[in-house]
Design a protein around this ligand. Structure first.
Ligand code: HEM
Length: 463
């Protein structure tokens, strides 16, 4: 969303909210007789105006940080009458991640019921089975070598753009299939990027508002449907049937393919760009990653395969740390189907009523100082055996790949993909970041590096 559209929506929000009643209170009671405990503190009215102002000027991370300082680990935002409760930190997030579907539902943001979605996931996660993971490494490397071959011995590139391009080729090959990879990858991705462009924070809560980005998204979806319906390789998916005998529709196939590319390409493209930016910005971290490659080459030779990738602990932690600072899903959302009680970190017991949206803001949870030492600092060693900071607050301290019932099934594939890319780049190029360290592009739902990431490269053979 561009600045003008943001400004328009913030203005509309401000006008609507100024006429709302101002109310910020802890310990509010409710008229619902089944609810006996207090509700969390509510942010609305004047306080909400301040929230929107911070959001507009400083972005989502600072906004949630301010609210956490003021209201604690559990609070509710009343947005145009919709109640959204934030649960900040692992202590208050257990039910969010582990609650059964009839109590805590993941439907929100997906536009389909959970049984259908689970079945749809089953149709297309074949590529993620452990047996398939091994076989993806060679094609990934071939795509990489073919792509970077044309770059010559030295030059300057926009790393973010190049990683996005190469990941499109890899996902085309490993996730979408040969036919799309060879015949129509460019067209597919032009349309995919139009869908992707509509993914803003406002759009997450109000996906059908009539703004230009949503109209472009809807037009692109129709064209994608036309393309995908002609792909032979998708026939198996198009012929899939749900357990109740219902056939999958062309619309659903389109949604699934968009979802798969979003999950497989988009997340890895952003994470590999952040990994690169941090490594190239920090001589100590870069040296550690390069040294690891040297050691691995001494042990296994130049060959990269699935087992060699599993040995790359430093690179793994470097990616994990980039994802801690910039999770690709900055906020996870669920719908409360059955009210539940949560004990806040500050010791208050709150009732969360059915019907509310609950949010686990990874973007904030990953920077809690009693869990992560110097949380703003890029420090891959924090995950090492002596520190294991991602376990300090229990199993939901680190949720870049979510956790519990809806943990990402593509985590292993994602790490393999990014490790293949970065081990190849570190072994074959001397790289230097020449543009300033990028800010986060916070208006989009996934927090990409803003602008271009200019990097100079010189071919080398690491030995
Ligand atoms: C760096 C790479 C990746 C990151 C950071 C990531 C992150 C996530 C997150 C946070 C969720 C959970 C959303 C929620 O709890 O509401 C998720 C779900 C999912 N991801 Fe990933 N993902 C990555 C790669 C992939 C890949 C490569 C695939 C498949 C090709 C994939 C497929 C899925 C699917 C199907 C779900 C839905 C699971 C469910 O609903 O139960 N992801 N991912």
């Amino acid at each position: 969303m561009d600045l003008a559209t943001s400004a328009l929506w913030v203005s509309i929000a401000i006008c609507s909210i100024t006429i709302a009643v101002t109310k910020i209170g802890r310990g509010r009671t409710t008229l619902d007789p089944t609810i006996t405990k207090s509700l969390p503190p509510v942010v609305n009215g004047i306080a909400l105006l301040a929230v929107l102002r911070t959001l507009f000027i400083h972005g989502i991370r600072a906004t949630i940080g301010n609210l956490y300082t003021k209201f604690g680990s559990v609070f509710t935002i009343n947005l145009f009458g919709s109640k959204i409760t934030f649960l900040i930190g692992p202590e208050v997030s257990v039910h969010f991640f582990q609650g059964i579907e009839s109590e805590i539902s993941q439907e929100i943001g997906y536009g389909t019921d959970i049984t259908t979605r689970n079945e749809q996931n089953r149709f297309c996660v074949d590529a993620l089975k452990p047996s398939k993971l091994r076989s993806h490494v060679d094609p990934m490397l071939q795509e990489l070598e073919g792509y970077f071959e044309k770059c010559g011995q030295e030059g300057v590139i926009d790393l973010k753009h190049e990683l996005d391009q190469v990941l499109m080729l890899i996902s085309g090959r490993c996730l979408l299939g040969k036919e799309i990879r060879e015949k129509m990858l460019d067209k597919f991705y032009t349309l995919f990027h139009e869908v992707e462009d509509s993914l803003t924070f406002i759009n997450l809560f109000f996906p059908y508002i009539p703004i230009p980005a949503n109209r472009r998204r809807d037009r692109a979806r129709i064209k994608l449907k036309e393309i995908l319906s002609k792909i032979d390789a998708l026939q198996k998916l198009i012929d899939s049937k749900y357990k109740d005998g219902r056939s999958i529709t062309e619309d659903e196939v389109t949604g699934l393919m968009i979802g798969l590319v979003f999950a497989g390409e988009h997340t890895s493209s952003i994470s590999s760009a952040w990994t690169g930016v941090y490594l190239l910005n920090d001589a100590k971290c870069l040296t550690a990653a390069v040294e690891e490659q040297k050691q691995i080459m001494k042990k296994f030779g130049r060959q990269i395969d699935y087992h060699v990738l599993l040995e790359m602990y430093t690179l793994h932690s470097s990616i994990k740390e980039a994802l801690r600072l910039h999770p690709t899903a900055p906020m996870l959302l669920r719908k409360v189907r059955k009210h539940f009680t949560v004990r806040s970190k500050e010791g208050y017991e709150y009732e969360i009523p059915a019907g509310q949206t609950i949010v686990s803001p990874t973007v904030r949870n990953h920077r809690i100082p009693y869990i992560y030492k110097d949380p703003e600092v890029y420090d891959p060693e924090r995950f090492g055996p002596e520190r294991e900071e991602d376990k300090v607050g229990g199993k939901f301290s680190y949720t870049s790949f979510s956790g519990g019932r809806h943990a990402c099934p593509g985590e292993a594939y994602g790490y393999i993909q990014i490790k293949v890319i970065w081990s190849y780049l570190l072994r074959n190029y001397e790289l230097k970041l020449i543009s300033p360290f990028p800010k986060e592009e916070w208006s989009k739902f996934a927090l990409k590096p803003q602008g271009t990431v200019m990097v100079s490269y010189k071919r080398r053979q690491l030995a």
